[in-house]
Design a protein around this ligand. Structure first.
Ligand SMILES: [Zn+2]
Length: 303
């Protein structure tokens, strides 16, 4: 059951688990000019912002990134977009809906920002079949409790669509980051299907507490447990016990392509947890890598 040692080993490893493909609930595709800017940001500012260099692993064309995902047998994925300022949410959502329509394996997604027209473009996206929403509290700089967003949270909850929300303090604090802040939204909208991006890093234990209190709160694995984040966001000492009590609430996420290590490393970290505890094992892996994200995205896996 040992995890893949490199990207070439990923597809055979998935097959050995009896899975048809991976379902990645947290990766990114952006309009090309925006993608280049994000990569430049990591090049120029990661050291100042995060205290470490951030060499992008998959800095290739969109076509080549899609080819990498095919080689890795990432059969279904949620391409996530997020605005860093007002006025971008509508066109970014339109862009990603169009991207999903022309890209096999990509599910339609939407994004939100605390701005007056958010319910209008979110409503249109949900009506058009968006199956996942991205919310980035740190990059956006908005307050999840902003009254402009209250109706949007309600719409997402009513639609039963998962919102992948980056609301933790890692890798850098934002004006309104913090799981305590986001919990105020959960109190108002307790049926919200929220996926805490990066397992709420660095407050992973608090994220698990929220998953225990709110049955529709999930954690994604993005950058969790890999060597790159071990220093800034170590796993809690009771990590394996907590996973064993919430195995259906953990979903695969990776942040492909803007990660500073190979995709296989994330899978190896997850495999390491499964292997370290008899309560986890292969059933846990099948849940995290395929069944749990499929359930959230409402994929028909009967075929
Ligand atoms: Zn991300």
């Amino acid at each position: 059951m040992s995890g893949p040692r490199n990207d070439a080993e990923v597809a055979p490893w998935i097959a050995s688990l009896g899975l048809p493909y991976l379902v990645d609930l947290h990766l990114h595709f952006l309009p090309d000019r925006m993608q280049q800017k994000v990569w430049s940001f990591f090049d120029e500012q990661a050291r100042g912002h995060y205290g470490t260099a951030w060499p992008i692993q998959y800095r290739v064309s969109e076509e080549d990134r899609l080819a990498v995902l095919r080689e890795l047998n990432v059969g279904v994925f949620a391409p996530l977009v997020y605005p860093h300022k007002a006025g971008m949410g509508a066109w970014l959502t339109e862009w990603v809906l169009d991207f999903a329509a022309r890209t096999p394996g990509a599910v339609p997604t939407a994004t939100i920002f605390a701005e007056p027209d958010v319910t209008s473009y979110l409503g249109a996206a949900l009506a058009a079949g968006a199956r996942c929403v991205k919310a980035h509290v740190q990059v956006g700089g908005w307050d999840p409790r902003d009254p402009l967003l209250d109706e949007a949270w309600g719409m997402i909850a009513d639609a039963g669509v998962p919102v992948v929300i980056h609301c933790g303090h890692g890798p850098a604090r934002g004006a309104h980051t913090g799981l305590d802040v986001f919990e105020e939204v959960l109190r108002r909208h307790p049926t919200l299907t929220a996926v805490l991006a990066h397992a709420g890093m660095p407050e992973i234990g608090v994220a698990l507490d929220l998953a225990e209190r709110y049955p529709r709160v999930h954690l994604d694995t993005t950058m969790v447990g890999v060597a790159f984040t071990a220093g800034m966001s170590p796993l809690p000492p009771d990590w394996l016990d907590r996973l064993a009590s919430l195995p259906d609430r953990i979903v695969l996420g990776t942040d492909f392509p803007s990660i500073p290590y190979p995709y296989a490393e994330q899978l190896a970290a997850i495999a390491g947890w499964a292997e370290a505890d008899d309560r986890l094992g292969e059933p846990f892996l099948r849940g995290v890598l395929h069944d749990n994200p499929s359930r959230l995205l409402r994929l028909d896996t009967s075929a």
